[in-house]
Design a protein around this ligand. Structure first.
Ligand SMILES: N[C@@H](CCC(=O)N[C@@H](CS)C(=O)NCC(=O)O)C(=O)O
Length: 326
């Protein structure tokens, strides 16, 4: 981006800070408890609880999820929807870690989808209903559309079910998925919220964001700082994680993941993933969560850190890249 445009984004971002921050902060205070009640009890494996539980998660006709799950040709309708009339749609925000998790899963398994970019301020574009967070996923189909599913872990778990044993499931998969969701994404959020300068640079040069989105993201920067310290950090502390030096803690956490990958590599050189020869849901969840900061200085620092250690993490990142893009 030319220098003057980058400056323009900074200036516009700064001038919109006050209004947007007030609006967003009030939204954070007033809407969070109600939204939270929708999500706090979501399990990693909703299928264990059967369709009744899933029905509560659907915005539209609950029978659709039941019908979709019991349909014999789920995989076909998911992988070959009629993209004109009944497309799969991902409602997302480009830099949201939970949305990136879903996007990584969809790309890894070649599930086609359209993206609806939701406004980071005011959540304009989010589907109608009381649940106002992203990601949300509208299942398409060859003849008619399926249900709308909310919550990233639910979306991935539900969409992965028709793939069966084609997606390997080591016994600690759920544990690492929860770690990506509850720990990794939070350390990332704190780091992004705290590193205001590099976050501004990241947003203003982001290849997937329009100029107006950039201005809004930058405007939301103060909210991110506020949220990182007042909302996200206390949640991590409650789980017993250190928030005094979040950069060191983030790298320590990734080192744990790296050691887990190393265990597989000791068994066979061919085992590049947590799922051994093919990515498990833990691979796609962890990698997807990291993709929310791709291009940010923190991402480069993580790669650099790994290369100075065993290099296992950065090699895994390259292997995941190939899986997602192949
Ligand atoms: N547990 C949810 C969390 C989703 C979430 O917090 N999304 C954020 C964006 S990263 C959001 O939509 N925030 C808007 C709000 O809280 O109003 C999931 O995994 O999908």
């Amino acid at each position: 981006m030319p220098f003057y445009r980058q400056k323009l984004v900074y200036v516009a971002g700064a001038s919109s800070l006050v209004g947007i921050t007030c609006f967003s902060a009030s939204k954070l205070y007033f809407s969070r408890p109600r939204d939270h009640s929708n999500t706090q009890h979501l399990p990693i494996s909703p299928l264990k609880d059967g369709p009744t539980r899933l029905q509560k998660l659907a915005h539209n006709d609950s029978s659709l999820i039941h019908e979709w799950l019991s349909s014999t040709d789920i995989l076909n309708s998911l992988q070959k929807p009629n993209m004109q009339s009944n497309p799969n749609i991902l409602y997302q925000m480009t830099t949201c870690p939970f949305c990136n998790k879903v996007r990584t899963f969809l790309n890894t398994h070649r599930i086609p989808f359209k993206v609806v970019e939701v406004d980071p301020v005011g959540m304009k574009g989010v589907p109608e209903g009381s649940y106002k967070k992203v990601p949300q996923f509208q299942i398409g189909g060859s003849t008619k559309s399926g249900p709308l599913i909310i919550d990233s872990s639910e979306i991935v778990t539900i969409l992965s079910s028709p793939f069966g044993p084609r997606i390997p499931k080591p016994s600690d998969t759920d544990q690492w998925r929860s770690w990506a969701n509850d720990v990794l994404s939070r350390y990332i959020a704190i780091e992004v919220g705290t590193n205001f300068r590099s976050s501004c640079k990241f947003i203003s040069s982001h290849p997937d964001l329009s100029l107006s989105s950039k201005v809004k993201y930058l405007g939301a920067g103060i909210l991110m700082f506020f949220a990182a310290h007042k909302v996200v950090a206390p949640k991590l502390e409650k789980l017993g994680y250190d928030t005094t030096n979040t950069r060191a803690a983030l790298l320590d956490e990734l080192e744990k993941w790296s050691r887990r990958l190393e265990q597989n590599q000791l068994k066979s050189e061919k085992y590049l993933f947590h799922g051994e020869e093919r990515p498990s849901l833990a691979d796609t969840d962890v990698f997807g969560t990291l993709q929310s900061i791709r291009g940010h200085k923190i991402y480069a620092d993580i790669v650099h850190f790994s290369e100075n250690k065993s290099g296992v993490l950065s090699e895994w990142m390259k292997s995941m890249d190939r899986q997602v893009m192949k």
